[in-house]
Design a protein around this ligand. Structure first.
Ligand code: M6R
Length: 357
């Protein structure tokens, strides 16, 4: 129930810090260590390559998940859009493990891939919010998101939950393989939960930012590099699906290869600066668009901030920044939709679970 909230989306965004804390709890054993089910751990360790299959926001979580598994567990990963995979199956490795990420567990595009790869005899794991959903029942293994029901069409807390569960699975696998990992994920996730809370608490400011940059615009751009690029894709999806503002997310370095032609006076550009190694490069991109008249909104992380950044998010571990930097983008989209009188929870032409291919 949405209680006193005007929209499920607002309620679900507010729930995000609690979701991260709940996941930490659910994936911690009596000794206080992060764990995943033994059988799943074995399946992950036996795989020579992971194939992540998903759609929409879940696909965007998968892109971040690739970094987690490659950096922490040292397992190569491919991430595929489920609707494309079926007729374009890449050359598979010898011991693949297929991971389906789906909030609903009902996405038909993902299910047709599951059916196909099961027939080929490959092991399958579903990461879903819904126990007993089709994708969960039909896969060999399931990891649950524990995000509680997500009702708004725009996925918010499920994305955060997907990132947390992917991080835990990759971390536990890496630890169990004896990989060198120099941080404590449990502590870092708790820090991230607090950081998310502080953004949730600043929603009035986020409403202001939304008005400042999006009140009259017909289009908007989101840029980032490395892991910030994946978050910019998610920011753009959120904005377009609920506010109907045409939005595009792309890698900062790609600007000069075409998109910069679209920048004119007043074009809003949201730039994410959370990754130290590429901070200067993305700031360079910001300069390029500002020179061409863009209205740039820089969202940076503490420690990488400069005096005229529009929003500074609290410092979190370099791999966990997406869980935090996506939150202002969700709120900015929410307020843009609200101010335009859009049906926030039920945007036109969209369904919560897409059960047709
Ligand atoms: O239930 P799923 O995670 O499989 O759904 C996938 C997409 O349909 C979903 O993420 C969609 O893109 C959302 N409306 C995005 O907010």
């Amino acid at each position: 129930e949405k209680g006193t909230y005007p929209h499920y989306m607002l309620k679900e965004m507010d729930e995000q810090p609690g979701v991260v804390r709940k996941i930490i709890q659910q994936y911690t054993n009596d000794a206080g260590e992060l764990i995943v089910d033994e059988a799943i751990l074995t399946a992950l360790k036996n795989a020579d390559r992971l194939y992540i299959i998903a759609a929409g926001t879940s696909y965007h979580a998968g892109l971040v998940g690739k970094q987690y598994f490659e950096k922490l567990a040292c397992i190569p990963v491919e991430v595929h859009i489920s609707s494309e995979f079926g007729y374009n199956i890449p050359l598979l490795s010898e011991k693949p493990l297929f991971i389906f990420i789906s909030q609903s567990g009902e996405t038909a595009d993902s299910r047709q891939v599951l059916v196909k790869v099961k027939k080929m005899g490959h092991p399958t794991l579903t990461i879903t919010n819904v126990a007993g959903s089709t994708l969960s029942r039909e896969a060999d293994y399931t990891l649950l998101l524990h995000a509680g029901p997500e009702i708004a069409v725009a996925s918010t807390k499920a994305y955060i939950a997907q990132l947390a569960v992917l991080a835990i699975a990759a971390y536990v696998t890496g630890k169990s393989k004896g990989n060198q990992i120099d941080f404590d994920l449990k502590t870092e996730l708790a820090i991230a939960a607090n950081a998310i809370q502080s953004i949730v608490d600043s929603k009035e400011e986020l409403h202001k930012i939304s008005k400042e940059y999006l009140e009259t615009t017909r289009n908007a751009f989101f840029i980032g590099r490395n892991i910030d690029y994946y978050v910019s894709l998610e920011g753009a999806l959120k904005l377009k699906e609920i506010s109907y503002i045409q939005a595009e997310g792309f890698a900062g370095g790609e600007l000069k290869h075409g998109t910069i032609a679209l920048i004119e006076k007043g074009t809003p550009v949201f730039a994410l600066v959370t990754q130290e190694p590429v901070a200067l490069n993305i700031r360079g991109n910001v300069k390029e668009v500002v020179t061409r008249g863009a209205n740039a909104c820089v969202i940076s992380m503490e420690g990488l901030d400069e005096h005229d950044d529009r929003l500074v998010i609290p410092k979190v571990h370099q791999l966990l920044t997406p869980m935090v930097s996506v939150v202002p983008l969700q709120f900015i989209s929410y307020y843009a939709a609200l101010d335009r009188g859009c049906d926030v929870d039920k945007p036109r032409n969209l369904a919560k679970s897409v059960t047709v291919e």
